[in-house]
Each structure stands twice: as structure tokens, then as C-alpha cells.
Design a protein around this ligand. Structure first.
Ligand SMILES: [Zn+2]
Length: 395
């Protein structure tokens, strides 16, 4: 990729343009659950159409469209995908201003989603716009995939076409000047204990489902401490398990015949969902008192599985080099996210994937969420560089 093209694209990127887009994005209350992702999606679609992209709104559920915008290349190289999400978590209480009206103070943009993930989204949109304005037709397509529902169960990313092909997908989540190549996943099985109802004055005539579940929780906690805490991934940290919701019993004077507990099980790369379920059941079946007493009633949907890209994959070097060049830092660190991430759904389609975005992840989901203007502009430059570079990699 000629250095002049990088240079002219980078120079045409301005913080004012990124802020203009971000202001609009923040103004849409695409809160999950219950908000309006469609308005935001329509704006993104129209913006990308004006840039010169072919735009498709993919209805995931009524009123919840993904946006797929393609800046066509010549077809001589594979596509590169820039992905992030349209939805945000609710604002919550205690903001020092309107969370859905972008404010700029002391070199920071403040508002719900400025970092997670409307900041990266605005930076991606501005980057693609700058590339389109350069007038140079690249060998590969550049695709913006802005998806719904990442903050709940990733219905958007899961619904993307199964035959999606690309040499690289970049997921826009805050990575604090590093490149993340791995993230944790989760499953949420709801465990059920079946007992026998009886009058509570004669408990021996029934079987107490809450007592059964209590034994199960003790066994699971012990397993988490003994086994899961020892399972470590160098980039994402350890496996874990926590019982986060429990329900049982309907009347003071009745032995409960049913009890449910939700298990939040965090997976590290290399742990499969099926294996993790089997393991839970094995732990419970190993307890004499619990044999045959518990089953999994249902699975509460999550963002998805853990995933990881080989640190030696060429796209990792490409992206690290781009980040290093923009930030003027020596050697960009490779990290992993402890949280869930939509990367898993691109990896599942065989697309080499990485995570990069402006800001520090610890600010996500908080009151007065902020990101610096420097970070926003740098993110737009990084996305532009990565897209230019990847869209010229020959097949
Ligand atoms: Zn996010």
C-alpha cells in the first residue's frame, strides 16, 4: 500500500467529523433492553450510502436491523470487516448531564456509548468515508457490520450471513492502545431440582428441592475453587463459575418441590460449551445425595463462546503495526478481554479476528462514560490504516 495513500487518508480524517457522527449516534436511545436500535441503524445506513457504499439493513427481529455497508473493491483481494454494535446499556442514574446528548469537556467526549461502542462505530464510519473520498478503488471490499443486541445475547452478530468471507474482522471494543486477540465467553444454564411437596410440619414425607439445590451450590462452588480457578489463559485470565440467581418455594408451610438456580459460567478460549455443561453435571452426579436429582431446565442466551486468534497469524502483525504507527509506540502489546465479545461469531465463520477500540474498558457501562478526543481520532486512523492494508492483501 503506497505511503501517500495512507498519508492522504489520515490527513483527511478530522476529530470534528468523528464528533459530528458520534453526536448523532449518541442521540439515538438504542438502549438494550427496550430502546430503539432502528433509528440509529437507519442513520448509519444513510450515512454509508452517501459515502458510496452498498447498504443492506438486515432485519434480525422486527425493528432491530443490522447494517451491512460495503465499499466495493475490484474483487482481487478478500474483504475486510469492521464490526461493532449499535446498542448500548441503559444510562442509569447519576449522570452530570443528559446521557444522550454528547458533551465535550476537557478534551473528552461524554455520553452513553461514547466508548462502548458508538465511539468505535463513529471512528469506523469516518475511516471508511475518508477512504471512499480518496477515490482509490482497492482490491478488496471494506465492510461495515454494525450489529444489534451485543449487550444482551448477540442476536445481531449471530444472524450475520453464514457465508460471510473476509481476510480479517476488526471488532470495535475498547482495548486501551493494545490489540486484543482473545476473549472469554459464557454459558448460563438454569439448573433445576425436583422434590416432593408435603406439609412442612412433616418434612420427612416430602423431598425438599431447596435443600437439594443448596447441596448442589456447595458442590459447584467447591468445584469452581478447586478446578476452574486453576484453569488459566495467558491473555484472558481464569475460568469461573457463580450461582447468580436462585428461586424455590412457594408457601411458608410447604416443602418446596421445585428449585432453580442460574449458573453464570465464564469460559476461557479452549473450553467448549458442551464440555462445560457435561462437567457441571459430572460434578453433581458425583455427589451421592444429588444423583439423578438435578437437570438443566434451559439455557439463558449469552453473547457466546470464548475465542482466540493465533498470535502468529499474519493479521495480528498487520494490526499491531497499524496501532504502533498511529500511536507512535514501539511494540503494541497483545492482550485479551475478560468480558464477552462478538469476535466469537466472526471466528466461528472462519474469519481471522481481532479486537481494537478507543478508550479504557473499565469506563464501559459506567455513569458519565467518556473517551478522549485524541483516542477517537487515533481510532479512526487505526481503522483506516488496517482497512487499507488488509484490503490490499492479495488472496
Ligand atoms: Zn461493547
Amino acid at each position: 500500500m503506497p505511503a501517500e495513500l495512507f498519508k492522504s487518508v489520515e490527513e483527511s480524517l478530522s476529530i470534528n467529523r468523528v464528533l459530528e457522527v458520534l453526536t448523532r449516534l449518541v442521540s439515538f436511545q438504542s438502549v438494550n433492553p427496550g430502546g430503539n436500535e432502528e433509528e440509529a441503524a437507519r442513520y448509519i445506513g444513510e450515512f454509508m450510502k452517501a459515502v458510496g457504499c452498498e447498504v443492506t439493513l438486515q432485519e434480525v427481529e422486527p425493528g432491530r436491523p443490522n447494517v451491512l455497508a460495503v465499499l466495493r473493491g475490484t474483487g482481487e483481494a478478500k474483504a475486510v470487516i469492521l464490526n461493532t454494535h449499535i446498542d448500548v446499556v441503559p444510562a442509569g442514574e447519576g449522570w452530570s448531564g443528559d446521557p444522550f446528548q454528547l458533551r465535550v469537556e476537557d478534551g473528552k467526549a461524554i455520553g452513553r456509548g461514547v466508548m462502548d461502542a458508538k465511539g468505535p462505530l463513529a471512528a469506523m464510519m469516518a475511516a471508511i468515508e475518508a477512504i471512499a473520498r480518496s477515490g482509490k478503488r482497492l482490491p478488496g471490499d471494506i465492510v461495515l457490520a454494525a450489529v444489534v443486541d451485543e449487550e444482551a445475547a448477540s442476536k445481531g452478530a449471530k444472524a450475520l450471513p453464514v457465508n460471510l468471507e473476509a481476510s480479517l474482522a476488526v471488532i470495535g471494543e475498547a482495548t486501551n492502545r493494545t490489540l486484543a486477540i482473545a476473549h472469554r465467553g459464557s454459558i448460563r444454564p438454569v439448573l433445576a431440582a425436583k422434590g416432593v411437596a408435603a406439609h412442612s410440619s412433616t418434612p420427612h414425607l416430602g423431598k425438599n428441592a431447596v435443600s437439594l439445590m443448596a447441596k448442589a451450590v456447595v458442590a459447584l462452588d467447591a468445584f469452581a475453587e478447586r478446578e476452574l480457578a486453576e484453569r488459566r489463559h495467558p491473555l484472558t485470565g481464569q475460568s469461573s463459575l457463580a450461582v447468580t440467581i436462585m428461586n424455590g418455594g412457594i408457601k411458608e408451610s410447604m416443602i418446596p418441590d421445585y428449585c432453580e438456580a442460574l449458573i453464570d459460567r465464564r469460559l476461557i478460549p479452549g473450553e467448549s460449551e458442551e464440555r462445560a455443561i457435561q462437567e457441571l453435571m459430572d460434578v453433581l452426579e458425583a455427589e451421592e445425595a444429588l444423583k439423578g436429582q438435578l437437570h438443566i431446565a434451559r439455557m439463558v442466551p449469552t453473547t457466546g463462546a470464548a475465542s482466540e486468534t493465533d498470535v502468529n497469524h499474519p493479521v495480528v502483525k498487520l494490526c499491531r503495526d497499524a496501532i504502533s504507527a498511529v500511536y507512535g509506540q514501539q511494540d503494541t502489546t497483545v492482550t485479551g478481554l475478560t468480558a464477552n465479545c462478538d469476535m466469537t461469531h466472526f471466528a466461528a465463520r472462519g474469519i481471522p479476528s481481532v479486537i481494537y477500540g478507543p478508550g479504557d474498558f473499565s469506563v464501559a457501562h459506567k455513569t458519565d462514560e467518556w473517551v478522549t478526543l485524541d483516542e477517537l481520532l487515533n481510532a479512526a486512523r487505526v481503522y483506516a490504516r488496517i482497512a487499507l492494508e488488509a484490503a490490499t492483501m492479495r488472496n
